[in-house]
Design a protein around this ligand. Sequence first.
Ligand code: NDP
Length: 311
Amino acid sequence: MYDVTIIGSGPAGLTAAIYTCRSELKTLVIEGTAAGGQLMITSEVENFPGFPEGIEGPELMSKMRSQAERFGAEFKGGDVTGVKLESRPFEVTIGSETIETKTLIIASGAQSRWLGLEAEEKLRGKGVSACATCDGFFFTDREVAVIGGGDAAIEEATFLTRFARKVTIVHRRDELRAGKAMQKKALDNEKIAFEWNSVLEDILDVNENKVTAVVLKNVKTGESKELPVDGVFIAIGHDPSTSVFKGKIELDEKGYIVTKNITRTSVPGVFAAGDVQDTRYRQAITAAGSGCMAAIDALKFLEGEEVSAGW
Ligand code: NDP
């Protein structure tokens, strides 16, 4: 029986573990198959305080994991396949294994969104990717397109210029969503070009089993054109990893966990932290901060404070 089980091992989950372990709560972290979360596929992180020169995403996660381990966190791989939250202790299932826990912190994060084109799926891993850090190297001296206009798209595009000859950002509007500093980085980079007011209509060429071009449609004029590229990176945002909690906990219309008083979910004793409940900030540092708050809230709950105060 664990005092706290934490689902997810990104900044939110690992920060929560550091805090619960230091409060001497018996803590299990279920790491998921994508252990470490989104920072594992991020290159340089320049905005996490304490690293003035920046730090590579995987290195930051490795340091957080070591810190949680140092205070006694236990780790288990694999994805959660089921939860029973109707009564306490809660049950968390991973395949054939069931874990009992007094409280639960959900920090399962979010995952890359795809456009849903047939060619996108067929050519995934054959020139279509959602991770420049993972696949950028394959496009040395090639031309690539990045779809999206948020921070992730700009970061991916900027990273890709380390390898690619030319990177074209395809955005459905004529204004980027990304923050001003990120925008400047891209606008000042002579390897980056833009296709404004354009959406990805198709990716060629499924018959050749590789990417040879993208078909772009201008949403203002309705005209379509082919842009020859060797790769396509999709960076259009993320969806929360909450399918296992559907019908068991209150979710909003986009599937994010609804929280009140910062980390409390609709089920007393279940807390949520990080991107799985955050549609606004979604930063490594805010995820870490909410992980800390969830840990403190779980501790207070176990001490009985929340029960007397009402959930
Ligand atoms: P965002 O939701 O911020 O941006 C998604 C982008 O994709 C938008 O430009 C959106 O267009 C576009 N888009 C969405 N759906 C479609 C579609 N179906 N077709 C075409 N385009 C589409 O997601 P990000 O992943 O960029 O960022 C998520 C969060 O992580 C943000 O809070 C961001 O600030 C943060 N982040 C921070 C970084 C950093 O600071 N270093 C790096 C990466 C992410 P539109 O603008 O028209 O809505």
